[in-house]
Write a protein that binds this ligand. Structure first.
Ligand code: ACM
Ligand code: ZN
Length: 482
């Protein structure tokens, strides 16, 4: 028995015999019941309308999204039904990279509306990068004055000779936080430490190891100039930036980066090497662990949790309380972390990165991915706290293209995040989604036709070749060679 809802509720019954024939959204009663957990809700639909039970605003919002989908799909003919529902995972996130390309507050709100429809509850906002710093910090005005601007953009096919820039004022970020709060979505802002920080170093070169001029980058890549881990002024800077961030973002989490940070500059740096000696650290990965632990410590004093990307585990000294986001683990480092009690968010590159074409990551591949490693002991499975799907925007320069990459795959991650594994069924999901996804079009988003969701082999091969071809132009190839 199925019904056109995404994600599929965990307990659901209808016999499709009797129908509610008015607008269900105008006939809702809500009763708060403290027996329910945070996002848990129940709905009974009968001749009186929809009777909702929950214990929090988040539960009420989840019920509301279910009712919106029912009104959209069955308007005037909603079967009498009962639903009792709660999520499989507490963390159900989507990440938007607003640095490689910038999206307006109004565009982000459309994405947030669509994410809320599928019961996502975390918006991971990627705000600092090599190609642009996008977050206003009043104490350090050059971060946005200089760091939010690049002279041109050279992302392969997306070559654009015009200067490119943009940032969010503190008022705009607070507006997004409030918009999300009403939908029970926490905003997780990300500041990249120590790598992916060219734009920051362009604004304040003394924060790098060499102190030399660093450009805001114009092309994709991993860059060697990173924040110095040896200079105390870098920590002072980061603490000050984080203090402003915590005043804007009231949520529990701040993401502090930690991915793709080459150690070339640190190896040559007297400050970094002195810090290593003083602390008795054995290698530069441990120095990264030390650096992020200090930021974590500062966040803890403010009652906040830290999240880092999985590379930060490599020194073996990352504080146990830091949540690790697994995008591409090595040597089962995240599974081992979870088996020792560490909390993990799953964002697997090959399954959950929706910035790659459907020919590489088709809908079925995203849907079928099981975020809990089979080798993880049953008692430790609770340490996989959830799933998150990123859209990175090196090769996406406008909102319409972004929404076409996000949908339908975001809905697949949403269902994995919400619906218990034994209730998931791909064929049924795809069928349900063909109805529900029309709602995102009404919200001003675009998605590809259902015939493209799981491309055949030849179509896939063509898409992958085209994507790879479009990543490069003469100048990017030259930069890569260098
Ligand atoms: C990442 O994709 N470097 C997190
Ligand atoms: Zn240094």
């Amino acid at each position: 028995m199925s019904i056109n809802l995404v994600p599929m509720p965990n307990e659901f019954h209808t016999d499709y015999k009797l129908f509610f024939r008015r607008n269900i959204l105008e006939s809702i009663t809500v009763e708060y019941d403290s027996e329910y957990s945070a996002e848990e809700y129940s709905i009974v639909i009968d001749d009186k309308g929809a009777a909702v039970k929950c214990s929090t605003k988040a539960g009420e919002n989840c019920a509301h999204q279910t009712l919106r989908q029912l009104e959209f799909g069955y308007s005037g003919n909603i079967p009498y039904l009962t639903i009792h529902d709660k999520p499989a995972f507490s963390h159900r996130g989507f990440l938007i990279d607003c640095c490689r390309h910038f999206f307006t507050v109004e565009e982000l709100k459309k994405m947030i509306d669509a994410a809320a429809l599928f019961k996502f509850n975390k918006f991971h906002w990627h705000l600092t990068e090599d190609q642009g710093w996008r977050m206003e910090i009043k104490k350090y005005p050059l971060l946005t004055e200089k760091g939010s601007q690049r002279p041109y953009s050279n992302f392969g096919r997306y070559y654009d000779s015009k200067p490119y820039g943009g940032f969010y004022t503190q008022e705009e970020m607070k507006d997004i936080v409030e918009y999300c709060r009403k939908k029970s979505i926490d905003v997780i802002p990300e500041i990249e430490i120590p790598g992916h920080s060219s734009a920051c170093l362009h604004a304040y070169p003394h924060l790098s190891c060499t102190g030399k001029e660093v450009p805001v980058r114009t092309h994709a890549g991993i860059f060697k100039d990173i924040l110095c881990a040896g200079k105390e002024e870098v920590y002072e800077f980061l603490f000050n930036v984080i203090d402003e961030m915590t005043a804007i973002f009231p949520g529990e989490y701040i993401h502090i980066g930690g991915d793709e940070a080459p150690k070339d500059r640190w190896k040559e740096c007297p400050h970094c090497n002195r810090k290593m000696r003083e602390l008795g650290l054995e290698n530069y990965e441990q120095l990264q662990g030390y650096m992020l632990n200090r930021i974590y410590d500062h966040l803890q004093k403010k009652g906040k949790q830290a999240i880092t990307w999985n590379e930060s585990l490599r020194g073996g000294n990352l504080e146990k309380g830091i949540i690790v986001q697994n995008w591409m683990e090595k040597n089962d480092e995240c599974t081992i972390r979870a088996s020792q009690g560490g909390k993990i968010i799953v964002s697997d590159f090959f399954h959950y990165y929706v910035n790659y074409p459907l020919g590489m990551t088709p809908l079925k591949k995203t849907y079928m991915y099981e975020p809990i490693p089979s080798e993880l002991h049953e008692n430790m499975r609770k340490n996989i706290i959830g799933v998150e799907t990123p859209v990175w925007t090196e090769f996406i320069d406008n909102f319409e293209d972004m929404s076409k990459m996000c949908f339908p795959r975001m809905a697949a991650v949403a269902e994995t995040g919400w619906t218990n594994r034994d209730k998931k069924d791909y064929v049924d999901f795809k069928h349900r989604l063909t109805y529900v996804i029309r709602m995102v079009e009404e919200m001003g988003l675009k998605y590809p036709d259902v015939s493209q969701w799981d491309p055949r082999f030849l179509q896939s091969a063509k898409q992958v070749i085209k994507f790879a071809y479009n990543m490069y132009n003469k100048e990017t190839v030259k930069a890569l060679r260098k």
